[in-house]
Write a protein that binds this ligand. Structure first.
Ligand SMILES: [Zn+2]
Length: 1185
């Protein structure tokens, strides 16, 4: 501060205040106008500057003046100067929002005209000189200034410092020196320094009604306005918190003036949003004459001002002329909606909690497309509409005017009268100010047009240009799927026509009356059969909304093609038109849900082509779903949902009707299967490697690296064949498991897959070239030749080869354990991969080369490979550790412990259970395992869960059943433990969730924050009432219900919600939640802890349920109960190899219990022998056999 003081003494003697403003970096930052600001600094809402200026106090006088030059420079600077009762400001340009200088009129002591068109504005210790362009202008300025400063000087001016909410120095990014910043009620003032503040001469003021505050760093935050982002840095973290809070308060204050709102709400229907019925709407679309809530206003703004002119009832005071207020009182939301929302299907209606997506769609439908409006009887007849408008504006029926305008009457039409040529002048002449108001607000309004951008089938208009006719053969329509072949005799010849959205068939082309007409809009699916499926070789099926199936056929492939094309063309809306270009086997519409909104289903258009499902979902550009690359595909038969899980998203396709849905399910399942015996027809992972290959490699890496002679020893033929068949049927659904599957069976399955692969891994075309390279003696050029050939392989082959060679490279790294060195592996894999008889070693040589030069040929990142090998070593170490319990081998001590102690019902030594936790174990599996061990049966409505209990914080958290336990274990502190007990609230939570239809949860809770700072910062000692809104994306906290901007916002998915608040904090009720937000900021993980307190237990359960539901996309509890989540384990086949020396009971995991468990467990009669050891034994004996 001393710095600022001393600098001030240097500068304040001068009458200019501009020396700082002319500072280079300051100036560039300060320049108004868009080019000096980066695009990212702008907020999305395209609010014009003019609108914002209207919110400031009334302007007394403004205009161009020249201001005296700084520090005695010679030239004057042209400034746009504006005076209101409180401040004299000057700007670079007329449209600037933030001034270069602001002088409080309260501090102006004298205004005098001086020679040469100048005027002097004198404050206590500075004099500002302005130069006008004319004598008159100068005198006007002097008068205006005198007028508004006169009163001020008489009254004693309260020291501004007394009124300020917070003041102090802040660094503003881009400036060399700090600014003295003062928050006074709803404004923020920037001064060069504290002395300037005391004399009322500042730089600018920022209106906070358009501001929002975002914390950016430990000490920094942004004050964001539509025109500029002010990036401030405070002197400390505590001060930053204070600034942020104070600025947010100022914003709240700025937004809370409510006089006009109260008046508008006097009409009862205006007190709920015209679009979503939310109470106390504070915004209006003034040209559409609707009062709307803030969220809807956001969507209105998205329509653009040519459709909806959005104004605030509270902020845009100047807009609200008496006439406009009267229009709103006269019409009211209810009457206006009798026009705008005359035909809203109940399924499309909004509620206050509707999500943004639904709002956007509804509001776009309602106002941009006019989809729900009540059509005026004259609709479509321009001249009559115009005439009606001209007549109507002379009376007081404003609603009729609105209806005419938005049904097409031209507000700028000619009345044919010279005295009042336009409807507007007509209304004015006939003393209809309210009519005039409505008209003038809509002079440039874009009228609703039903360009069908939405894919809503109910409103889809078939393209009239599609027409086609000809003879087809059909069989009687059916109410079930056609599974059997239909012979030619079953078909009858029919004359078929497609016209005006109607598909009809007649007995003959002479008949006038069709046997049946199907509206195209009733057709939900068109399926194209493979040729020769039926007696007529080329057939297609039409599925109707009323669950009928029509089969048509022809012997002419061209006619078939033409029909399919024409029907599809009339079926598919414009937005999904690219589907028509596909060679689809099935096309149609289906209801679906996805991602964020699982409450409402939407209509999408789908086409199936090979193994790709093309989809046009609402508001999407069209996308492809690669069915063979799905992570999961399942049908929930009972509720008719097809679930497609891709990386990062889940699509739920709903069976609205049985017949076409069954068709889709069958076709999609078929398409998701391995399509054949070539590599690319397999089910693939995201890396384009067949699932079967990665499954086998993964299993061998886990359990086979120490198996002597791995890949060389043969498995049991019948089991290998069964495995191959299982993989072929659905590789994704087969999960290889230790104990269930044998290492040698799996290794041989992999070999068999490659040996039988159609076209081979190296492709029949190129395989010989690989062998030629292998046989060549030019070792030097080999690698580049291999690389060359590698790049010629199809993508899937290349990816698969790399995955396999990587695996083999790893296998030979452990050859001291498994005896499979480079050469041995090459002997085995050469003939397998090249599908040769193995009589000569060339194929083996090729594989040996590939493994040996793996890094070079595949351009492998050596660090990555090293890491991979280390991970494998860790796996092996883990196995070792589990095998040899006593004595522990010291060299392995840092190995992570995968054995943990879990308690049952309560923490007590007698009911603790040691369990080995594999990385994939879920909370549900752990729970089941512990209950099994304890012989505790499952009962209905008993929600056994695994809980994370934290003693120190006095809180506990039921894990979600799918949570991976190992990750939780790693994050547990020493004062935490896992406990298996029933979830007492789950039943109530599920009931609540099943009844809940909102996409978010709102409500008051008491809030307290844990501050990481030592006793400093904002008082955090007490619980305060706050309003919360929880959605799938975030938990937002508002100071009160009405607040526009959240005080805090946290991502829902990051939060861990614990039940309980530690007693020390004296929570006001006992229904408290502790919420932990663990976020990673720049490598550092940050942990924040909040306490939320509910008034009742059921409220707390609701919040808990909502959190869980949002975090897991509605999947809160396994549908078929916890037991079903268990992996079914199959005992190893005892017939094979050796008869187990040990009676095996339960799974291998169970065998691996710690000794502690061993002594008191139900398994205690079982000899605890290392399962790996058993494996080895088995394999050894099988080798003997
Ligand atoms: Zn609304």
């Amino acid at each position: 501060m001393a710095d600022e003081k001393s600098r001030l003494q240097v500068s304040s003697d001068f009458c200019s205040d501009d020396e700082m403003l002319d500072d280079d970096d300051y100036h560039s930052l300060w320049q108004d106008g868009q080019d000096s600001m980066k695009g990212s600094l702008y907020l999305p809402h395209n609010m014009s500057m003019r609108e914002d200026i209207s919110q400031q106090s009334t302007v007394i006088k403004q205009g161009w003046l020249s201001k005296n030059p700084p520090q005695g420079a010679l030239y004057y600077q042209r400034r746009w100067v504006r005076l209101d009762s409180d401040y004299l400001r000057y700007f670079d340009i007329e449209k600037a929002v933030y001034s270069k200088g602001i002088i409080s009129t309260a501090f102006i002591t004298k205004v005098t005209a001086v020679g040469d068109l100048k005027l002097e504005v004198v404050t206590s210790n500075r004099t500002f000189i302005f130069k006008a362009e004319s004598e008159d202008d100068r005198n006007e300025w002097v008068n205006a200034l005198e007028e508004c400063t006169r009163g001020r000087r008489r009254s004693s001016v309260p020291s501004p410092s007394l009124m300020s909410d917070l003041q102090g120095y802040l660094e503003l990014r881009g400036l060399r020196s700090k600014l003295y910043t003062v928050i006074v009620s709803d404004k923020v003032f920037l001064y060069k320094n504290i002395d300037d503040y005391h004399i009322g001469v500042g730089i600018t003021s920022i209106e906070m009604n358009v501001g929002s505050v975002k914390e950016t760093d430990r000490r920094s935050f942004d004050l964001i306005t539509p025109y500029r982002i002010f990036s401030f840095t405070a002197e400390s973290e505590q001060l930053k918190d204070q600034w942020v809070d104070a600025m947010r308060n100022a914003i709240g204050l700025a937004l809370s003036t409510s006089e006009i709102a109260e008046r508008i709400w006097a009409e009862p229907s205006n007190s709920s949003c015209a679009d979503c019925a939310a109470p106390k709407p504070e915004w209006a679309a003034i040209n559409l004459c609707v009062v709307i809530c803030k969220r809807c206003a956001g969507e209105h703004r998205g329509l653009g001002p040519s459709i909806s002119k959005v104004r605030s009832l509270k902020m845009d005071k100047k807009v609200w002329t008496e006439e406009l207020i009267q229009v709103f009182l006269l019409l009211g939301n209810e009457r206006v909606n009798s026009f705008w929302a005359a035909n809203v299907p109940p399924s499309e209606a909004l509620t206050p909690s509707s999500c943004s997506e639904d709002r956007r769609r509804y509001i776009c439908n309602k106002y941009r497309q006019g989809k729900y409006r009540k059509y005026h009887p004259l609709y479509g007849n321009q001249q009559e509409l115009n005439d009606a408008l001209c007549i109507n504006v002379q009376c007081s029926d404003v609603l009729e005017t609105l209806s005419l305008i938005f049904c097409g009457a031209d507000v700028n039409c000619s009345t044919g009268m010279a005295s009042c040529p336009t409807p507007l002048s007509l209304a004015t002449t006939h003393s209809q100010p309210l009519q005039a108001e409505v008209i003038s607000l809509n002079l440039n309004t874009e009228l609703p047009s039903e360009i069908n951008q939405e894919m809503d089938p109910a409103h889809y208009q078939p393209s009239p240009c599609v027409s086609h006719n000809g003879f087809l053969f059909k069989i009687a329509s059916m109410a079930r799927a056609i599974t059997e072949r239909k012979n030619k005799e079953e078909f009858c010849r029919r004359w078929c026509t497609l016209n005006d959205g109607l598909f009809s068939y007649y007995d003959s082309d002479k008949n006038a009356n069709p046997n049946r007409s199907l509206k195209i809009s009733e057709i939900v699916c068109l399926a194209v059969d493979l040729p020769e499926k039926h007696g007529y070789n080329y057939t297609f099926e039409l599925y109707s909304e009323s669950e009928r199936l029509y089969l048509f056929g022809t012997s002419d492939p061209d006619s078939h093609k033409e029909w399919v094309k024409s029907i599809a063309k009339s079926l598919i809306p414009a937005a999904a038109e690219p589907l028509l270009r596909l060679n689809f086997e099935r096309i149609g519409k289906l209801k679906y849900k996805d991602g964020l909104n699982l409450q409402t289903s939407k209509v999408g258009w789908f086409a199936l082509v090979g193994s790709t499902l093309h989809a046009y979902l609402e508001s999407s550009q069209g996308e492809k779903i690669h069915l063979r690359k799905l992570n999961e595909l399942s049908i929930q038969q009972d509720n008719g949902v097809l679930v497609l899980v891709e990386k990062g998203r889940t699509l739920y396709i709903e069976g609205e009707r049985k017949l076409d849905f069954a068709g889709w399910c069958g076709a999609i399942q078929e398409a998701a299967r391995s399509g054949g015996d070539t590599l690319s027809e397999q089910q693939l992972t995201e890396t384009d490697v067949p699932v079967i290959v990665l499954s086998c490699i993964g299993f061998i890496t886990q359990y086979g690296l120490k198996s002597e002679g791995i890949y060389r020893k043969s498995g049991v033929n019948s089991r290998v064949a069964a495995l191959c068949e299982r993989f072929r049927r659905d590789a994704r659904s087969l999960c290889l498991k230790e104990g269930e599957h044998q290492v040698d069976d799996v290794s041989n399955t992999l070999k068999r897959f490659f040996r039988e692969l159609e076209d081979g891994l190296f492709t029949s075309e190129n395989a010989n070239m690989w062998l030629t390279v292998a046989a060549s003696a030019h070792e030097n050029s080999k690698i580049s030749q291999y690389k060359n050939l590698l790049n010629q392989l199809p993508h899937v082959n290349k990816a698969t080869l790399q995955a396999l060679i990587n695996h083999l490279y790893c296998v030979q790294c452990f050859s001291d354990l498994n005896q499979m060195n480079l050469h041995n592996l090459a002997i085995v894999f050469g003939p397998t991969l090249f599908q040769t008889d193995g009589k000569d070693y060339t194929a083996g040589r090729a594989i040996e080369d590939l493994i040996q030069h793996y890094i070079l040929i595949f351009e492998v990142d050596e660090q990555q490979l090293k890491k991979q090998l280390e991970e494998i070593k860790a796996i092996l170490m883990m196995h070792d550790k589990l095998n040899v319990k006593f004595p522990p081998r010291p060299e392995f001590t840092p190995a992570p412990s995968f054995i943990c102690t879990v308690y049952l019902e309560e923490k007590d030594g007698t009911i603790e259970q040691s369990v080995q936790i594999p990385g994939s174990m879920t909370a549900a599996e752990l729970t089941c395992e512990v209950l099994d061990k304890r012989n505790i049966p499952f009962k209905d409505k008993e929600y056994w869960s695994c809980w994370e209990v934290c003693d120190k914080e006095e809180m506990e958290r039921p894990l979600h059943y799918q949570e991976r336990v190992l990750a939780i274990l790693h994050s547990l502190g020493t004062d935490s433990h896992l406990l298996i007990k029933k979830h007492p609230g789950m039943d109530a939570m599920l009931v609540y969730l099943s009844a809940k239809s909102d996409a978010s949860k709102h409500g008051m809770m008491k809030f307290r924050e844990e501050r990481s700072i030592l006793g400093l910062g904002l008082p955090s000692g007490n619980f305060h009432d706050r309003y919360f809104i929880l959605s799938s994306s975030s938990l937002r906290m508002y100071k009160e219900i009405r607040s526009n901007r959240p005080e805090r916002e946290w991502p829902t998915k990051n939060l861990k919600v614990y039940i309980g608040i530690k007693k020390k904090l004296r929570a006001p009720t006992c229904w408290g939640l502790t919420v932990v937000n663990e976020s990673k900021k720049q490598e550092k993980s940050e942990r924040q802890q909040w306490y939320l307190c509910c008034d009742t237990q059921s409220e707390m359960k609701e919040w808990l349920a909502a959190f869980l539901s949002f975090q897991y996309d509605g999947d809160v509890w396994p549908q078929d109960g916890l037991q079903q989540t268990r992996v079914s384990r199959v005992l190893p086949d005892a017939r094979h190899g050796n008869v187990s020396l040990i009676p095996l009971r339960g799974s291998e995991n169970e065998m691996r219990n710690s000794v502690a468990a061993f002594s008191q467990d139900a398994l205690s009669d079982v000899l605890l022998v290392s399962p790996l050891f058993t494996c080895d034994k088995k394999s050894r004996s099988s080798t003997h056999a």
